[in-house]
Design a protein around this ligand. Structure first.
Ligand code: KIV
Ligand code: ZN
Length: 388
């Protein structure tokens, strides 16, 4: 059965690059944009062109080299921002302007010191003006997560009338629960006139660790675009991680949703972004962390050696990892030791394994991890002693 497509909108180079210390130069951004394009990302948010001459240049250069993906530039609902984004996107095959304004009471009262009517007027103006540059205009209702649904629906309806092609519903502060965020998308689907003609987009932050869960709740309730970053980098606790949503949809076929991402490139992509930004990926990070396919306790190792699926819900090859690893520690059992010893050239009989295992445990208690070179040392020592 043909699964429905969810568009992947990558904002590593915009929301991701806002992280302190993660700044990239144009050459680095071009390498990343090219790889995102090759991996099958549908939309690349290349930057915020008005923010600096460097960002303008990056968006402009990325527009020239990207072959398949839509290239997007962020703006506020401000004429000059839109003019600058229009100019930066001039060479893109498929350009998109991403414009918007805060819609929650907190944004309207404290940040913008204005009224709801003024927000609607500015939103409509920004979308109509962006349409004078590009056909594809995405509108973001900043802090939609904390915006009352009825007002959010009004804003959405007005910007659709002005020509918005995509509606971004950001949980800017990462506050929503998945049920709440999903219900918000459902409410908009049911209450906004014209919504059937646009794509609803999820843009979730990870302040409470729910960015991925919220994005999935969004697509289950009718959104068809997810905004995300490689390794989940982004403001504060980060954005939805691209690799997570891609693999969740892939591994749950009953949702009947999929993406165009070539998942076998995920690990390499993760390393490229981590190395370019100098931002280490936590070892226990889902999908791309160093331990995501490592097994270290004896019970798990025994299960995985007998059948990988006992403790793995996806094939490591599917995300670009050549094989699962069996890590030898003092918690490992005989099955793991025999497996790793065989890999380095020792086919141990049951009696030999019992003897080597005793020596292995003494060794392992003194070390965090027993390496291939240590296995050689232990087995060879047993041979010299005449034990095996
Ligand atoms: O988190 C957010 O609301 C944003 C918007 C600018 C899209 O990043
Ligand atoms: Zn954001």
């Amino acid at each position: 059965m043909n699964r429905e497509k969810v568009q992947i909108f990558d904002t590593t180079l915009r929301d991701g690059e806002q992280v302190p210390g993660c700044k990239l130069d144009t050459a680095q951004k071009l390498v990343i944009a090219n790889r995102l394009d090759e991996m099958g990302v549908d939309i690349i948010e290349a930057g915020f062109p008005v923010s600096s001459p460097g960002d303008f240049l990056s968006v402009s250069e990325i527009s020239k080299i990207v072959k398949n993906a839509t290239v997007c530039g962020l703006t506020r609902a401000v004429k000059n921002d839109i003019d600058v984004a229009g100019a930066a996107l001039k060479y893109a095959k498929k350009p998109r302007i991403h414009t918007g304004i805060g819609t929650s009471n907190s944004h309207i009262v404290h940040k913008l010191n204005t009224t709801r009517e003024d927000i609607i007027a500015r939103a409509k103006y920004a979308v109509s003006y962006a349409k004078s540059y590009v056909e594809d205009v995405e509108f973001y209702a900043e802090d939609a997560g904390r915006t009352e649904n009825d007002f959010l629906a009004r804003v959405c309806e007005e910007v659709i009338k002005s020509g918005a092609t995509v509606l971004n519903i950001p949980d800017t502060t990462g506050y929503c629960l998945p049920e709440e965020y999903g219900a918000k998308i459902k409410y908009l689907k049911e209450n906004v006139k014209g919504i059937e003609n646009v794509i609803i987009s999820c843009h979730c932050h990870n302040d409470l660790g729910m960015a991925t869960a919220n994005s999935i709740a969004g697509v289950i309730n009718g959104a068809r675009q997810i905004e995300c970053t490689i390794n989940g980098i982004g403001e504060r606790a980060g954005n939805t991680a691209l690799e997570e949503v891609v693999m969740i949809l892939k591994q749950h076929p009953y949702l009947n949703l999929d993406t165009s991402i070539n998942s076998r490139q995920l690990n390499e992509m993760s390393r490229l972004v981590s190395d370019s930004m100098g931002m280490i990926v936590q070892p226990n990070k889902a999908i791309v962390g160093a331990n995501a396919f490592s097994h270290s306790s004896g019970i798990h190792q025994d299960g995985v050696i007998k059948n990988r699926e006992t403790y793995e819900i996806m094939d490591p090859l599917e995300v670009g990892v050549t094989e699962s690893s069996i890590i030898l520690t003092a918690r490992s059992g005989r099955a793991a030791l025999a497996y790793r010893a065989k890999k380095v050239g020792y086919e141990l009989t049951k009696v030999q394994l019992d003897i080597v295992y005793v020596e292995f445990l003494k060794f392992a208690d003194l070390k965090k991890e027993v390496l291939d070179s240590d296995i050689h040392q232990i087995v060879e020592a047993c041979k010299i002693e005449g034990d095996i």
